[in-house]
Ligand binder design. Structure first.
Ligand SMILES: [Zn+2]
Length: 241
């Protein structure tokens, strides 16, 4: 995920009450979402999967059933570092999820497999998101320095460039949302169809883990949109006629 730290630093430097009023609630929502992911994952990682599959096996099976063939499944260091790498066509799972035979491990593995299926079936939003990564990275690196320089030197064109760059970050967040929701929807479908998950309690666990993860993306997007609105208003581009 692309960092929004600069915008938060920005708010602190100016200590603008409006910034905290506008972005504060979204920031709290983001923290709450992070806590929910951790607690949901913790809870469901202690519930063993009835079918006894490991996360790695789940990922393999979901990929196959979804039409994503030839995907390498690997172990990667770190916690919740799971991801699908479209360039190398490698699905990487953290050790807990790779070896784990829990409901949480199956949920995460199936979600990442969902991204592999999106890639294999040329799901347009994923292609758009991948194509858009360079612009979003540029935006997240340079939006804050531009805004900051523009404020210090009281030079509006720099502020406008900063806002344009930040808009690229916001757009990236917006494109990310359907990609994440779609990956989870595919995961749930294949988990049920394949028989990896057969009882309602386990499915409830999968929904809880993936729902909490989705909420973090929603919170990040709300935060980005509100921060953009704040910049637009502060710069005089919005309101204040
Ligand atoms: Zn994802």
């Amino acid at each position: 995920m692309i960092s929004q730290l600069p915008s938060i630093v920005f708010g602190f430097i100016y200590f603008d009450p409006l910034y905290f009023l506008v972005v504060g609630p979204a920031f709290l929502l983001a923290i709450w979402a992070q806590m929910r992911v951790k607690s949901s994952f913790h809870r469901w990682s202690q519930v063993p999967l009835g079918s006894g599959w490991t996360g790695a096996q789940v990922a393999q099976k979901v990929c196959e059933m979804g039409g994503a063939t030839g995907i390498q499944i690997e172990m990667t260091p770190g916690q919740l570092s799971d991801h699908y790498d479209p360039r190398e066509r490698v699905l990487r799972l953290s050790a807990d999820n790779y070896n784990g035979r829990s409901v949480a491990a199956a949920a995460i593995a199936a979600h990442e497999a969902g991204h592999a299926i999106q890639h294999a079936t040329r799901y347009p939003m994923l292609a758009l998101r991948s194509a858009y990564v360079p612009a979003a990275s540029l935006g997240s690196w340079f939006a804050f320095p531009m805004l900051f320089a523009g404020m210090i030197f009281r030079y509006p064109p720099l502020i406008y460039i900063g806002i344009a760059l930040f808009s690229a970050v916001v757009l990236f967040q917006l494109i990310t949302l359907p990609v994440e929701f779609d990956a989870s929807a595919r995961a749930k479908r294949v988990l049920a169809d394949s028989g990896i998950i057969s009882d309602e309690e386990e499915m409830g666990g999968v929904r809880s883990v993936l729902g909490a993860a989705a909420l973090t993306y929603v919170a990040a997007t709300i935060q980005a949109v509100l921060t953009l609105l704040y910049y637009l208003w502060r710069s005089g581009l919005l309101g204040r006629r």
